[in-house]
Structures are given as C-alpha cells and as structure tokens.
Design a protein around this ligand. Structure first.
Ligand SMILES: Cc1nn(C)c(C)c1CC(=O)Nc1ccccn1
Length: 329
C-alpha cells in the first residue's frame, strides 16, 4: 500500500496543517505533522474550555472504537517552551487511504498558550522515531512505525511548498515530485530525530564553505536555525541587517531581496531562495523583515525547519540498517 495526503501552509508558512480522521464515526482534525517529535496528540473534550479557542476536539466517548490505555499519561515540552499533557486512547486513525486501527491517540487535558492561541491547529502528529515517544509508563508507536510494515516501501516523503499546498507521501517516491538527482545522506536517529550532517554552505553566489552542520529535518519548526558563525556570515552580506533583541532575531530591510542561502546534503545542495529568507514583515514602520534564518543557540543542534524543507523534496527512509537514509532533491 501507499498513501498521499495534502498539507496546507498557514499564513507566512508558519506551520503546515494536514487532515486526519480519528475514531468511529470518524472525527476530522487538522494537525501539524512533525518530524521533530514522536507523539500524536490532539485537543480533546478532556480539556478545560478556557484552553480551547476555535480548535476541533477529539471526543473519545463519541467513538465506538476508542479504548482507554489505563494508567498511561503523557507530557511534552517543546524546545520553544510550548507544552501539552494528557492521557491516552487507542483508536482508529486514517490519513488519506492509510488506516491504523489501534493507533495511540494522546488526548490533551492541558495545553500551553502557544497551542491555545493557534486556533486552526488541532494537535501534532509525530513522525520522529518512536524511541522518544513521551507516553508513560509504556511509550507508544508513531503512525509511521505502525503503518511502515504494510507500505510498499518503509519510507515517507515530505514536499512542503511556499504558500501553496504540498504533500506527505507514504510508501513511494513520486518521480514527478522532483527534478535532477536525489542526494542521499545517512541519518543519525540516535536522539530520536531525523538527524544528519550538512558538509557546508554558501551565501548567494559565493564560494562553498566546508563547515559541518549537524541538525535535524524538522517539519514542526518554522525557521532554519543554524550555528551563530554561519548565521552571522550570512547576514554580513545584507546591508542594514542587524540582530534585534526585541524581536528576538535578525531583521533586515525587506528590499532588496537578500542573497540565497545554500546548504549541502551529502554531494548535493539545497538552495533557499533569498525571497524565502525574508520570512515575514518585522515592523510596518521602516519595512524591515524578520529573517527565516536564525541561530540555533542553546538547542545543541541545528534545525532544518520549514524554511529549509519547502525549497526541496525531502524523502525520509525508515529502513536500511545501520542508519536511515534521507535525501533532498
Ligand atoms: C528545539 C527548539 N528550540 N527552539 C528554540 C525551537 C524553536 C525549537 C524547535 C521547536 O520547539 N519545535 C517545535 C515546537 C512546537 C511543536 C513542534 N516543534
């Protein structure tokens, strides 16, 4: 079997929302497919109404196939400080034509304000490695781990686009989704992420600079978070670029378009066009833009988030031992 599902960007491509169906009869939710985490959690009827602002909630009592996992709970704090927690049900989850009959669905009882204020987002679907699933006492499998064995190939691909629908495909590589060659790189899944090391980068049309950058492919993070040395080398090339502590990042005049940012994936390269580095207007006053490239200070690794992924076709291969392989084209 194979599957495909469309994923839609929110304003400024801040996140990409994808439809899933949970329970019987099916309850349709829009969730954030997140390769940087490994829990499927959803807003639920177990939350206090003050934490819900527009989201669609999962009601396990309204599903004839839901089954409470007695004694299991979960709590997650993401790197940006947002958090959520609750308890656990097994229920039918369908993505496109793919169904997992007994998927762990983590029902939220509490969510932090970042999630409450994100009115179109009904939860997260983790596509990281199940080793970092947050359910206690027994960690649960991700949707991908549960469906992997029945896919034609144990892989999924990520094709996020700028300002227009993209897709997550399961079990096949769509040759129409990319041009040129696919470049492969070994994946370090030891921390539970789709980790890889980029061999270097270039700014605009400048020479490629060898500089190992270890990071994760993370569809659940908006920006491209890189080492300070790389980020300052990039913004050095933009007249008027500066770090603005109020905004918490580098801003620069929205025009002219800034230089492209190129990073290596094994022998290949991925180019982030300059007009995608201008992530969003920073202030209406003097037409400054907030940069889509910011530092990874304090994280411990770089994060190749949506700004990096939407310019390429990323294929995450969950099979070959010893490592996993991913490629961007
Ligand atoms: C690890 C990390 N540190 N910092 C500063 C950031 C922004 C991250 C990435 C992160 O938090 N991603 C996320 C947030 C919510 C839901 C899903 N993914």
């Amino acid at each position: 079997t194979t599957g495909t599902i469309a994923t839609d960007p929110e304003k400024h491509d801040v996140e990409y929302l994808t439809p899933i169906s949970v329970g019987t009869p099916s309850q349709d939710l829009m969730v954030d497919f997140d390769t940087g985490s490994s829990d499927l959690w959803v807003f639920s009827t177990e939350m206090s109404t003050s934490d819900i602002k527009g989201q669609t909630v999962y009601d396990p009592n309204n599903s004839s196939t839901s089954e409470k996992v007695q004694g299991s709970t979960w709590k997650i704090t993401y790197g940006d400080g947002s958090s959520s927690s609750g308890d656990v049900y097994l229920d039918t989850v369908t993505i496109g034509d793919l169904t997992v009959p007994n998927q762990a669905v983590e029902a939220a009882k509490k969510v932090s304000s970042e999630f409450t204020d994100d009115s179109h987002n009904d939860g997260l679907l983790g596509l990281g490695f199940s080793a970092i699933n947050a359910v206690e006492p027994t960690p649960q499998n991700t949707f991908f781990d549960n469906i992997k064995g029945s896919l034609d190939a144990p892989l999924f691909t990520v094709d996020l686009k700028h300002g227009t629908p993209g897709s997550f495909n399961f079990g096949y590589i769509d040759p129409a989704a990319y041009i040129g060659n696919i470049s492969w790189t070994p994946v370090d899944s030891s921390q539970g992420y789709w980790g890889f090391t980029s061999p270097g980068y270039a700014v605009g049309t400048g020479a490629f600079r060898n500089h190992s950058i270890s990071g994760i492919a993370d569809t659940g993070t908006t920006l491209l978070l890189l080492p300070k040395s790389v980020v300052s080398a990039y913004y050095k090339e933009i007249q008027g670029a500066q770090y603005d502590s109020d905004q918490g990042g580098y801003i620069f005049p929205c025009s002219p378009t800034p230089p492209d940012f190129v990073f290596g994936v094994n022998k290949g390269i991925v180019t982030v066009p300059g007009d995608m580095v201008s992530y969003a207007p920073a202030d209406s006053a003097n037409q400054n833009c907030f940069g889509g490239i910011q530092t990874d200070t304090g994280i411990g690794f770089s994060i190749f988030g949506d700004v990096a992924l939407k310019t390429s076709f990323v294929h995450l291969h969950g099979s070959i031992v010893p490592g996993y392989y991913a490629d961007c084209a």
